[in-house]
Design a protein around this ligand. Structure first.
Ligand code: CP
Length: 326
């Protein structure tokens, strides 16, 4: 059975992950070679419903949908009847009546995209729900890592920062582990939850975490907007203890480690300015890969489509013909 929605990473089967990453690669190749648009989603409509700010996710979904020839509507939350007290449910019922094929939603409430998916016939894609999940970010992170390490099994990724409030940490660490990558967390004790998978090592000391010998250092944005109490003394202190300072960047460079960050970056907090010019920074690669990964996701969930489908517009490696249940 084909999937209708992409809500989380945990429920993805290994064959689906492999398929999506392979498709992303094919889409990237196709669009690097001057193709501007393919008719994969001609006649389909994509509604962008962002209740929280976004630069990368919103713009890359929009570009991805347009490259697949879908019609894109940006729902203007600020000027909608939501400002007059309309509930999310009412909004969804209104949008359902318009028969949109896809709803790409970002919202501060964890679980809301999954709830909406159960109430609409449209394919719902979670573009980030509170501190819960950000599945397309995880896919683009995995894709970016696989470009550097085609067989990433046994590689080590150290995720640094505000794990507690991070949907990226949750989705990306789940996906990386599914690919056989070892994951560790580093951050202040107040921001690294003690619960969660026992397979993930936890560090509060930078030097101890570096002694674990990571291949990739993945910095998270400090999410001041989700912190209702103070979790560390000051941003300057955070940078000194957990940030990639100029001195630490020199060490990271000597060790040949890759640096990643989902954006937006708080410069001078998670990273010093020089990281932006660091030759093994993958931050721009992550943004670029977001488009092909989101094309793969939109194409995969195509209404009336099936997984794995035969009528591919891009060269598709062989995938299992097993019928998958979501
Ligand atoms: N990584 C990410 O979700 O960035 P945006 O908030 O800009 O979409």
């Amino acid at each position: 059975m084909a999937r209708k929605d992409l809500i989380d990473i945990a429920s993805l089967h290994p064959e689906e992950i492999e398929f999506l990453l392979d498709q992303s690669k094919s889409f990237k190749k196709l669009f690097t070679h001057s193709v501007k648009r393919i008719p994969a989603l001609e006649g389909k409509s994509v509604l962008m419903l962002f209740y929280e700010a976004s630069t990368r996710t919103h713009s890359s979904f929009e570009v991805a949908a347009k490259r697949l020839s879908a019609e894109v509507t940006n729902f203007d939350v600020a000027h909608s009847s939501i400002s007059k007290g309309e509930s999310v449910r009412e909004t969804i019922e209104t949008l359902q009546a318009m028969r949109t094929d896809y709803i790409v939603i970002r919202h501060s409430h964890p679980g809301l995209p999954g709830m909406i998916a159960r109430q609409t016939t449209a394919s719902v894609i979670n573009a980030g729900d509170g501190a819960h999940e950000h599945p397309t970010q995880a896919l683009l992170d995995a894709f970016t890592i696989k470009e550097k390490f085609p067989d990433p099994r046994g590689k080590k990724v150290l995720i640094i920062g505000d794990i507690l409030h991070s949907r990226v940490a949750r989705s990306t660490s789940t996906l990386l582990q599914k690919l056989g990558i070892e994951v560790a967390y580093l951050g202040p004790g107040s921001l690294v939850p003690k619960y969660g998978p026992a397979t993930i090592r936890r560090f509060t000391d930078y030097e101890a975490a570096m002694a674990w010998a990571p291949d990739v250092v993945y910095l998270l944005r400090v999410q001041m907007e989700r912190q209702d109490v103070q979790f560390f003394p000051s941003l300057r202190e955070y940078h000194r203890v957990y940030g990639i300072t100029t001195a630490r960047l020199a060490e990271i460079s000597d060790l040949g480690l890759y640096v990643m960050h989902p954006g937006p970056v708080n410069r001078g907090v998670e990273l010093c300015d020089a990281v932006m010019d660091y030759e093994r920074s993958l931050i721009t690669n992550q943004v670029e890969n977001g488009i092909s990964v989101r094309m793969a996701v939109l194409d995969w969930l195509k209404p009336g489509g099936d997984f794995p489908r035969q009528e591919s517009y891009v060269a598709r490696p062989k995938v299992s013909s097993t019928v998958l249940t979501p």
